[in-house]
Ligand binder design. Structure first.
Ligand SMILES: [Zn+2]
Length: 313
């Protein structure tokens, strides 16, 4: 009887001790514990990690379901760029993304702009974000603002006061007076870059480029219309060569595009049907299971390699 009691106490002690050790291991990482038993949402884990892993750079998973190892930080200020929302700390990307930002910022300066305002890339270890984006999870997405900086090196107060311009007319059908040939020249440089898979921008901008681009028009294929995106455009890079766990987007740009430059009839839909007021369908559509929001993702929804990413030093 006494022996049995002792046995119970001993096992209790060991489970308590191992739980304690486990908790210490987990809290070692930037002070945030990921207790798998509680299964917290992934946004909470990733947004609390302030430093990248010290491992080789790797984009893991897909653009809207993944994480990033070995991220590189884009400096808040550079010779031709400034990060518009430094307080968000989303200036981390795969090194190829950081290199691309530097290349296109330099090109923008050569075109005659002061430089570029850079929006969000990813968190220091990628992953889902608590606000702002579904994608941008694997360090291969970057938003670039359509507002030309009057000068660079602004203070945080000056940055907060910036009111981004829109290049889309109020009726949503055309570009407005804010749209310039320099915008097209910059987008041409971006879309022509080999590292770039596709660029998302408001349909009126794509239509304007379809109407005005001269010479080689193949770069236009990579420019894809999307809702919103009239104050910034969104650049998505291909899976980098050594990121073996990176999942490319499907369908590919050549598959999705109905012509060599993507200047086809599908563009019309964006500035006609898509703008029509919403009408309730006569027959209710079959209920499809709701897509899980990235805000609800837990570590179980992400590629299993992301567990090592959040626990690595
Ligand atoms: Zn974006």
């Amino acid at each position: 009887m006494i022996r049995a009691l002792f046995k119970v106490r001993r096992t209790q002690f060991w489970s308590l001790a191992s739980a304690l050790v486990f908790a210490i291991i987990l809290t070692g990482n930037n002070g945030f514990a990921h207790d798998p038993k509680k299964n917290p949402v992934a946004t909470k884990i990733f947004s609390n990690l302030s430093q990248p892993t010290q491992t080789r750079a790797s984009a893991i998973g897909s653009y809207a379901k993944g994480c990033l190892a070995g991220a590189e930080q884009l400096p808040f200020n550079g010779p031709n760029w400034q990060v518009l929302h430094p307080q968000r700390k989303r200036n981390w990307g795969h090194p190829e993304t950081v290199a691309l930002v530097k290349r296109v910022s330099k090109a923008a300066a050569d075109i005659g702009w002061t430089g570029l305002f850079i929006g969000d890339i990813s968190q220091s270890r990628g992953g889902p974000m608590p606000y702002g984006h579904r994608s941008h999870q694997i360090g291969l997405d970057v938003d670039i603002w359509l507002t030309q900086p009057r000068k660079l090196g602004l203070t945080n107060e000056e940055l907060k006061a910036i009111k981004p311009i829109s290049v889309r007319a109020k009726n949503g059908k055309k570009t407005n007076a804010n749209w310039t040939t320099e915008h097209m020249d910059i987008l041409k440089v971006v879309a022509s870059d080999e590292a770039v898979d596709r660029v998302f921008i408001t349909a009126p901008a794509k239509i304007a480029m379809c109407q005005n681009a001269e010479g080689d028009r193949s770069w236009l294929q990579k420019i894809r219309p999307l809702g919103g995106h009239h104050q910034h455009f969104h650049v998505r890079l291909h899976c980098p060569k050594h990121s073996t766990d990176c999942i490319p987007q499907t369908p590919s740009i050549t598959k999705i595009s109905q012509s060599a430059d993507g200047c086809d009839h599908t563009l019309e839909w964006w500035v006609t049907t898509a703008l029509a007021p919403y009408k309730k369908p006569a027959k209710p559509a079959k209920k499809r299971p709701a897509k899980r929001s990235t805000l609800d993702f837990t570590m179980k929804d992400l590629p299993k390699q992301c567990l090592s990413v959040i626990h690595a030093d």
